[in-house]
Design a protein around this ligand. Sequence first.
Ligand SMILES: [Zn+2]
Length: 386
Amino acid sequence: MELETWHLLVLPLFFALGWAAARVDIRHVMRESRAVPASYFKGLNYLLNEQPDKAIEAFVEVAKLDPDTLELHFALGALFRRRGELDRAIRIHQNLVERSDLTQDQRMKALYELAQDFLKAGLLDRAEDLFKRLETGMHALDALRHLLEIYVLEKDWDQAISIAGRLEKLGCPSQHADLAHYHCELALNAMLRKDVAAARQYLAEARGANRKSARALQLLGDLEAQLGDDAAAIASWREMEAANPAYLPIIADRLCQAHARLGRSEEGIELLRGYLARHASADLFHTLFHAVLQARGWQEAERLAAEELKRNPGLRILDDYLQARTADGADGDLETRLAQDLVHKQVSRMAYYQCNDCGFKARQFFWQCPACAHWESIPPERREHE
Ligand SMILES: [Zn+2]
């Protein structure tokens, strides 16, 4: 194809157009960058160099110079709360709440953030007031969850029950297990002030919320025992096996004591032997071991421990066995005594309850973890740890 003269003219024109377009673009970028405060780039630079503290100070500077940067304010507020700098988080969110140029949604968001700051700072009354203002609208579900958290912290069980009911109506995952505990807490308070009728009512409500509530069965038995009706107490605790057998170790000693008070120790022992055959547990065995020791003496206790050791070997059962061996005089030699002492110290050091959710360890059993506040997250059987 022959190259025509006008083609030679078109080429420089294209170059000129490209150059002009690039200049326009660069001018635009320059204008934009002049609009962004220098502190912004300084902040970015610090972030890229992994100096978060300096980056935050630079972004705070941007926020001061340009109060319109709403998202930056929210980001900084959330960051301060996460870092535990609650004074600064509260100041930022309070300023946002007081601004008159915010849309309704933005104001709700600022209120929700501020409420979370107050909650984290332990200012429960102020957090509660704000979450109540957010009970309807875009943050309703989260506000109700936080309100529930506050009422549980404050041990305001009536309010907790009411909020749990509302959460369930809004389609939140089942609150039944926790709800039963709120009723049990109310029952416990009633028992402390000797209001038997109220305690019975709360325990019935606990079982209404959760048919398998191990705690409601335990407390019902405790209530009957307090009233001197050991037969009724035993009947209640005996329901545990069908309802929630994992919790048998928690009521095993109560069962033995009630049987002993009725002069029916042997019946109690046989009941526990049956439980143990169906649900192996070192804690359950330990209770049975002491019941046998009390009713039948060291030799029988030793025979029981030897049997269990074959069936279910473990350090805690060995501890019971060696204790019986050294105590009954049958094998009181020095080596056995030394072994018993060593195993006993090791068991005392290693065996404790542990929360499945947060790893909190305790010598004592808790229905609610003292560290993460979850209910029934601590299994009712002590574990042997390294
Ligand atoms: Zn926990």
